[in-house]
Design a protein around this ligand. Structure first.
Ligand code: 5AD
Ligand code: SF4
Length: 437
């Protein structure tokens, strides 16, 4: 979602004459779009600010002003402290305020002091973002839902991103059509709780549509070849969404469905409001609908009170489900969340050992999933040139990167590839002799 928000900041800033640069020495404005989810991500902001400050100082010596801004969830949660800790920061704004950028910049240019904008505004930022989407490439993100009302005991999202909000269907459809008109063929629908989507239906009436309904509707747009969505909560995986995996060919066979832990005791302490067996049963239903689906998840090891037996239950769940890929983290105590106050925190070395064991198992499964695709023919949407001359990289339906050697200009095209080799994170293959579309 931060990638999406950063892209939208570019859309907001481009009418003011700003364009993105990879070179910090060339920048007139630097925006760090930050993540607060774990302590490590949060701390990185301060070290990065220290590094980028040098470019600002250098420009100041030459008589030029650089605006240094911090956006995103660290800005939202620690704005005041950040201003104190790093005097070079001119501007701090939260994830609900980036459509205010033109006003904030005007204030900064008028030298009205340092600026902090971390209110949750009543108006909807999506109503104020430009219709234009300056995207490059055949794939794009599209935020359809933000925020979270679930209050998992470890998580800052309900505090930093606020309450659940769904964009109206018509607004989403309009953005999707604009993306497609600019050459996008694959859209990933985004939300912190994307499958809790409940957006105002198009046309008159007071009905709301769920994610399953929205997916069916978007899939009918000409030129949209692939749809994905992330991130989902097991409690919101309803029948309509599951059946979309069976019936909608544009919906790719990949699902990121975090469970966090395989132990019921821990799930309860985390306030996830489901058991491990409920999740197993859900996976069975999803696989009945789409047998080849690639499953992905998030796991937290070392949540307060997690015993060896609880951790073993997580390992067993992973063995039972078998994942195509997954993300796993050591529990990180976040200020203001209930779990941070728990007394039975797990020692760091125990977390380290559990994470290593879990990741070893997940890597084995990932390699196995990729290996199983060898000799299969799969459709690949090509996105960018590879590192080597003549190499192009695309994505499989299951979200793996696929490398192909081909001189033809395949970027933006869909082609069938016979998989010849599999690594942990990618596949390699040869172009089949079928038409490219
Ligand atoms: N500590 C560790 N991991 C966390 N996540 C969220 N909060 C924390 C935390 N306090 C992980 C969860 C979530 C993913 C986005 O980040 O696994 O699904
Ligand atoms: Fe955080 Fe997701 Fe739980 Fe919401 S559902 S509190 S975003 S982990």
């Amino acid at each position: 979602m931060n990638v999406y928000d950063s892209e939208r900041m570019v859309d907001v800033l481009s009418p003011l004459g700003y364009a993105p640069t990879d070179d910090p020495a060339a920048a007139d404005m630097m925006i760090l779009n930050t993540c607060h989810i774990r302590e490590k991500a949060s701390e990185k902001v301060y070290s990065e600010l220290g590094r980028l400050k040098q470019f600002k100082e250098k420009k100041a010596e030459e008589g030029d002003k650089v605006i240094m801004a911090v956006a995103g969830c660290v800005a939202q949660a620690e704005g005041d402290e950040m201003m104190k800790r790093q005097p070079a920061v001119d501007m701090v704004f939260g994830p609900q305020a980036y459509h205010h950028l033109p006003e904030l910049i005007a204030k900064a240019e008028r030298q009205e002091g340092r600026i902090l904008d971390t209110d949750f505004p009543v108006e909807d930022k999506f109503d104020h973002l430009p219709a234009t989407r300056l995207t490059a490439g055949p794939t794009a993100f599209l935020s359809i839902q933000e925020g979270c009302d679930k209050f998992c005991a470890f998580c800052v999202v309900p505090y930093t991103r606020g309450a659940e909000f769904s964009r109206p269907v018509a607004q989403i459809e309009d953005e999707a059509r604009r993306l497609i008109a600019s050459g996008v063929r694959e859209i990933t629908l985004l939300g912190q709780n994307v499958n809790a989507y409940h957006g105002e239906a198009p046309g008159a009436g007071l009905t709301v549509w769920t994610l399953g309904r929205l997916i069916r509707h978007l899939a009918d747009i000409d030129g949209l070849d692939r749809l994905r969505y992330t991130t989902s909560h097991p409690r919101d995986m309803d029948a309509e969404l599951i059946s979309a995996h069976a019936d909608v060919p544009q919906l790719m066979p990949y699902l990121h469905l975090p469970i966090q832990s395989g132990a019921d005791r821990v799930l309860q302490a985390m306030n996830r409001q489901h058991t491990a067996d409920m999740y197993r049963a859900l996976i069975d239903r999803i696989r009945d609908a789409r047998p080849d689906i690639a499953m992905s998840s998030d796991f937290i090891v070392g949540f307060p009170g997690e015993s060896d037996a609880d951790f073993e239950a997580t390992m067993q769940l992973v063995r039972d489900v078998t994942y195509a890929q997954a993300f796993s983290f050591k529990y990180s105590a976040r200020p203001g969340t209930p779990a941070a106050e728990a007394e039975d925190q797990i020692p760091e070395e125990v977390k380290t050992a559990r994470l290593a064991a879990l990741q070893a198992l997940l890597v084995t499964q990932q390699k196995q999933f990729n290996h199983n695709l060898i000799d299969q023919v799969i459709p690949v949407l090509f996105e960018k040139p590879g590192r080597y001359e003549g190499q192009v990289i695309g994505r499989s339906p299951y979200l793996q990167a696929v490398h192909v050697k081909n001189d033809a200009d395949l970027i933006g095209k869909m082609a069938y590839v016979k998989v010849t080799a599999a690594q942990q994170n990618s596949l390699a293959g040869e172009l089949c002799d079928y038409p490219v579309s």
